[in-house]
Design a protein around this ligand. Sequence first.
Ligand code: HEC
Length: 230
Amino acid sequence: MVAGCRRLDGGSDRRERRRLTPFGWASADAEQRRRRLRPQLADGKAVLMRSWTVGIFLIVVLLVADGCRDRSTEYRPTATVRDIMISMVDPSADTLWESVATIISPTGTEERAPRTDEEWATVRRSAVQLVEATNLLLMRDRRVAKPGDQPEDSQVELAPEQIERIINEDRAAWEKFARGLYDAALPAFKAIEAKNVQGLFDAGEKIDEACESCHQNYWYPPPTSGAWRK
Ligand code: HEC
């Protein structure tokens, strides 16, 4: 580094590099030489000082690194599972399902499919939402619904507290269902990237199965399911 500095100022203005030392004016060169020599002349105390300095420096580095780690991995789940279903999963899946269809009406048959760049961009936005929503479902500490929220039909649907209980009893199973939706939604995303209408249509069916299998396990399990126990 010192050599680098010397090269930079090219030794042009020597007066600039002279400075007052307790021993009078010294050239910067002499001063730098002294500084470089000092470690070799150091007594035990100076060595001790340095190891203290290094130790404190390391502690600071570790604390800073730890602080960074905490900030970058600490998620703050805010919405409930119900919110994510209503705001992201359901509308994005609907857009994908409705994007490819054969609509028969008295006036004729419409083969609906994305055609323009804009239409492809619309379905792509939905696929991005659906694929990434599955990652949000994987986050821990996310409530199923707001405290006090009730099922619409308590004969058919489990209460949010019951759903939370079965999720927490077997987290791996919940993660499997969330990843199942990811695996079903990814082919839709890839089909859209390739502007493949048939691929998008086929993915739609798999997505539907992924929704249903999770719902049957957690939301409206069959009456015989152990999930209904109080
Ligand atoms: C990993 C599990 C899981 C997957 C996969 C899943 N859901 Fe859900 N969904 C739930 C749970 C749990 C609830 C019940 C939450 C509650 O108590 O309201 C729910 C509730 C819903 C609701 C009702 C929200 C309301 O008004 O109360 C809709 C709509 C919904 N899901 C749509 C979908 C669609 C569409 C898909 C597939 C594209 C899907 N879900 C995939 C777990 C899942």
